[in-house]
Design a protein around this ligand. Structure first.
Ligand code: FE2
Ligand code: FE2
Length: 194
């Protein structure tokens, strides 16, 4: 996806997600080209960490915002995305618990790369163009885990979300996540235009 198509009010958020996609694809290529077992493992662990943080940002901030704003437009795509994330997370957990000594290690990383390539294509070719067509502002307003409150919802930079996401969500929340928990999303003040 070409970043020049992105409206200014969406650039920060979508660029961050696009950069993550690019980085993950690059790491999968490096894994494939690398011959040394220890170096391969290092790359695989890095890609697992990157993808875990990326998925958390999408699941905790980006997807809930889209679903709240336009459930009829985004609901089906977001449900598919969550199922794809779940499959990827299963494989990520297996890779994180294994090493190159595992006969299936390389196959697992390769299949994860294929899952991610498919998922990224869906996000960049279907989801993001729909977001762009809405022309809404996407401004991150809360830290992940914060209880939504208009009074406390000062703007903050989305890159801070990445830092916050490296802390396990369970450690940030007073109660375990549940479907009823209010989402901690993007700024309602930057609501959808029109
Ligand atoms: Fe993504
Ligand atoms: Fe995703």
């Amino acid at each position: 996806m070409n970043k020049s198509q992105i409206p200014a009010a969406q650039k920060e958020v979508l660029s961050l997600l696009l950069d993550d996609h690019k980085k993950a694809k690059k790491l999968f290529k490096e894994f494939e080209a690398e011959k040394d077992d220890a170096a391969k493992e290092k790359i695989a662990q890095e890609v697992c960490t990157e993808l875990t943080v990326h998925a958390a940002i999408e699941e905790e901030i980006f997807y809930p915002f889209l679903r709240d704003q336009k459930p009829e437009l985004f609901g089906d795509l977001l449900n598919e995305a969550l199922v794809e994330h779940a499959s990827a997370k299963d494989l990520i957990a297996q890779i994180q618990a294994a090493s190159m000594e595992d006969d299936l290690y390389e196959a697992k990383v390769t299949v994860l790369g294929e899952y991610i390539a498919h998922h990224v294509t869906e996000e960049e070719d279907e989801l993001f163009p729909k977001v762009i067509s809405q022309k809404t502002g996407l401004i991150c307003a809360r830290r992940p885990g914060e209880v939504p409150s208009r009074a406390s919802a000062g703007p903050f930079h989305i890159s801070e979300a990445r830092t916050a996401m490296t802390t396990p969500i369970s450690a940030q929340l007073p109660t375990p996540p549940s479907p009823d928990r209010p989402h901690h999303g993007l700024n309602e003040a930057a609501a959808w235009a029109g």
